[in-house]
Design a protein around this ligand. Structure first.
Ligand SMILES: *Cc1c(COP(=O)(O)O)cnc(C)c1O
Length: 475
């Protein structure tokens, strides 16, 4: 299996060749040359597999240049009930992603039982083990540099902690994250994890990362890499739980289902699109946004018009507060019949701060074939959904999952079982839960009293030279 760029101008590469990189040299994103197809016989054989075995069945179609026995060992090590339970006993964690049924035909797929209580662990934990494997083979090292306002940074640190050949330099805005988020990251004592609190906002931290990444000589000399959501390894790992959720919610492979996905950078739902293209019987992919509704607007009107950071709202589902959806280009490439020239034309406008509109174009008429629906959810919707679920079912969901439930229930086609993807646990977003329910969410045992642990963090002014000196001193 080879991977090509959505902009059509980069040479084809293998899975391990693109694993440690980011964008393709032409500025595009990597995708398989053709989606591997899953036969009916395979679906029947996969229905009762354990999570790790299912992950092997799916990912061996993508990671064809990793020997089967080695891939199997990596997946067995990654997907264990110990990693995905946080000391809790209130679900069947041997499933890794247990399915919780609210009423017949409406389910929540639990994806947030990993070490940082968000679905990003599902893919990031695998990425940590794949990176270690690939670096070992090449006798190489990697220094991961990133900026975070919360979820991604902690998921990356918990995935990379203690890994051979890897160091993490994670920038966060000093004093801007919740006490819980700070504790989650800064209490890690692993020598290969470096937390850097920047005196500034998230955008200042992000600009520093960009400045270092654009210094190509420094980047090469210091083996700087990233783990952002466009990484193909992350997207492919997320394909697996669409299969797992489908099997858990259905009796036979004749049935179709709907998935509802709280969306920001379009990474999670892109994996659902890929699962459907592979042949998984998905009848509907429901995209849910918060007040930052760029993607909802596209699916309703055909216009993709990123708002820019100055017009991105801060909401109570902060992990979906995005101005540009970095994985969206992958879907658009398929939508326009894999025409790299068309994608280049669209993104020359987006990259210049503009927009594109497919209304009236051939691909606008093709859009229904891809089975997407969309909708948006606001702060008041979120509070109402959290309250209703708690009162009617005794189930507490976080703010992002609430957005997915609200839009999913509103948009689902009658007759299709609905699977709502849970993207975080309520313990991560205490403030809004208290606003909705008047009580604190329960915290998994692994996170009890985490704010009292000693913290390890370097406070730094938003100065690129200081950052470079710090990286050089610690590598
Ligand atoms: C990252 C994240 C999302 C958005 O997922 P995308 O793949 O960026 O669309 C939604 N909810 C939570 C809790 C997240 O951390």
């Amino acid at each position: 299996m080879k991977y090509i760029s959505t902009r059509g101008l980069s040479p084809a590469k293998t899975f391990t060749e693109i694993l440690l990189g980011g964008l393709a040299p032409d500025g595009g994103l990597y995708l398989p040359e053709a989606y591997p197809q899953v036969t009916r016989a395979e679906l029947d054989a996969w229905r009762n597999l354990s999570y790790a075995d299912l992950a092997f069945a799916v990912l061996s179609k993508f990671a064809t240049d990793i020997p089967a026995a080695e891939l199997k060992a990596i997946l067995d090590k990654t997907y264990t009930a110990e990693v995905y339970s946080n000391g809790r006993e209130d679900s069947d964690f041997s499933q890794i992603t247990p399915l919780r049924t609210l009423v017949p035909g409406v389910h929540i797929l639990e994806l947030s039982n990993g070490p940082t209580l968000a679905f990003k662990d599902m893919a990031m934990q695998l990425l940590g083990n794949l990176f270690e494997y690939a670096l070992d083979k090449q006798h190489a090292e990697l220094n991961i540099l990133g900026a975070t306002s919360g979820d991604t940074g902690s998921a990356a640190e918990y995935a990379m902690r203690g890994k051979r050949g890897i160091r993490v330099f994670m920038l966060s805005p000093n004093g801007k994250m919740s006490a819980f988020q700070r504790a989650q990251m800064y209490s890690l004592q692993d020598e290969n994890i470096h937390n850097i609190a920047i005196n500034g906002m998230f955008d200042d931290a992000q600009d520093m990362v960009k400045a270092v990444s654009n210094d190509h000589a420094y980047k090469a000399a210091h083996k700087i890499g990233t783990v952002n959501s466009i990484n193909w390894g992350r997207v492919s790992a997320q394909v697996v739980y669409y299969f797992k959720g489908y099997f858990a919610a259905t009796q036979s492979n004749d049935e179709q289902v709907a998935f509802s996905v709280p969306s920001g950078n379009f990474g999670n739902i892109c994996a659902g699109h890929i699962a459907r293209m592979m042949g998984l019987p998905i009848g509907q992919l429901i995209l849910a946004t918060n007040e930052n509704d760029v993607l909802d607007e596209f699916f309703r009107t055909g216009a993709y018009s990123p708002r820019g950071t100055a017009h991105t709202y801060e909401t109570s589902s902060p992990s979906m507060d995005i101005s540009k959806a970095s994985n969206f280009e992958r879907f658009v490439y398929d939508l326009v019949g894999r025409d790299g020239a068309k994608v280049r034309e669209f993104w020359s406008r987006v990259d210049a701060g503009g927009a594109f509109d497919i209304k009236g174009m051939e691909c606008w008429h093709d859009l229904p074939k891809f089975k997407f629906s969309s909708g948006k959810s606001t702060h008041l919707d979120r509070l109402k959904t959290i309250r209703e679920l708690w009162e009617e079912y005794g189930v507490m969901v976080d703010t992002h999952t609430a957005d997915g439930l609200k839009v999913g229930l509103e948009q689902r086609r009658p007759g299709l079982p609905l699977i709502c993807l849970e993207t975080a646990l309520p313990a991560k977003f205490e403030e809004t839960i208290i606003e909705a329910l008047g009580c604190k969410p329960e915290r998994p045992a692994s996170m009890a009293g985490i704010e009292d642990l000693p913290q390890r963090v370097e406070v730094m002014d938003a100065d690129v030279a200081t950052l470079k000196a710090f990286i050089s001193a610690n590598t």
